[in-house]
Write a protein that binds this ligand. Structure first.
Ligand code: 13P
Length: 261
């Protein structure tokens, strides 16, 4: 499979961090650091700063997006935000099924699947997160767990839609722990996912789908992760909160995928 066909993606997941003022300062600090980057730079931000981010990212190579959505367009769903509202506020992508949403807020694969279908329908690029716990890995259940998550979360999509979504492999034991998966371990899982996509949705979809790695990515380990053939980018939590360290991650590797247009 030809990795040069896929864009290299650097996605920040700010989680529940930053006020409007802090978000604006961040954009001012990050823009000059990454202005010559040929790659895709995505900022997954809280709902409350999305509109402002959309304005401040305009004319730059920074792409704002959200960290969650609800599957319905509107209605009596207190506290929820629809994909339509995200588009209206300037989001271009949405993170779905993050392990913190699955774990803390009990989101099932089926729920993630409903949101995914809606995001695809309305033209909001989804990043679907999957990953196993440390215990599941130790017991040798990694591929079984991932297969289940992939099967249920992606159910009902057609191959042309699959090529247009992004997956993020985020092993739970690596998130916020400083315990990054080795590049070889992540490559193995990414290849497994790509082969699974190929079997279920065809080689074209597998060639096209962008698969990110997330879990304790930092400026000092990002390049080694990104050098892996089936790793198309990173989804960064803690190290994305500082413009300086996220800028270093974006600039850690300049040559991969430069021919992508
Ligand atoms: P950390 O980079 O803090 O490990 O978080 C990863 C993550 O959850 C990104 O979505």
């Amino acid at each position: 499979m030809d990795s040069t066909k896929r864009p290299l993606v650097f996605a920040a997941n700010w989680k529940m961090n930053k006020t409007i003022g802090e978000a604006i300062d961040y954009v001012y600090a990050l823009r000059p650091l990454v202005k010559t980057s040929p790659n895709q730079i995505l900022l997954g931000v809280p709902f409350t700063v999305l509109r402002v981010m959309a304005d401040y990212c305009q004319g730059s190579n920074l792409i704002p997006g959200a960290q969650n959505m609800y599957e319905k367009d509107e209605g009596a769903f207190t506290g929820e935000i629809s994909g339509k509202m995200l588009l209206d506020a300037g989001a271009k992508f949405v993170i779905l099924g993050h392990s913190e949403r699955r774990g803390i807020f009990h989101e099932s694969n089926e729920f993630v699947n409903q949101k995914l279908k809606k995001a695809v329908e309305i033209g909001l690029k989804p990043i679907v997160c999957i990953g196993e716990t440390g215990e599941e890995r130790e017991q040798g259940h990694t591929t079984k767990v991932l297969t289940h998550q992939l099967k249920r979360s992606l159910e009902g999509l057609d191959p042309t839609q699959i090529g247009d979504i992004m997956l993020a492999y985020e092993p739970l034991w690596a998130i916020g722990t400083n315990n990054t998966a080795t590049p070889a371990v992540s490559q193995d899982v990414h290849l497994f996912c790509r082969r699974w996509i190929s079997k279920e949705f065809g080689e074209k979809a597998a060639d096209k789908i962008v698969i990110l790695y997330g879990g304790s990515v930092r400026p000092d380990n990002a390049a080694a992760i990104l050098e892996q053939k089936d790793i198309d980018g990173v989804l960064v939590g803690t190290a994305s909160l500082s413009a300086e360290s996220f800028g270093k991650i974006v600039n850690c590797l300049e040559t991969k995928h430069l021919n992508f247009t």
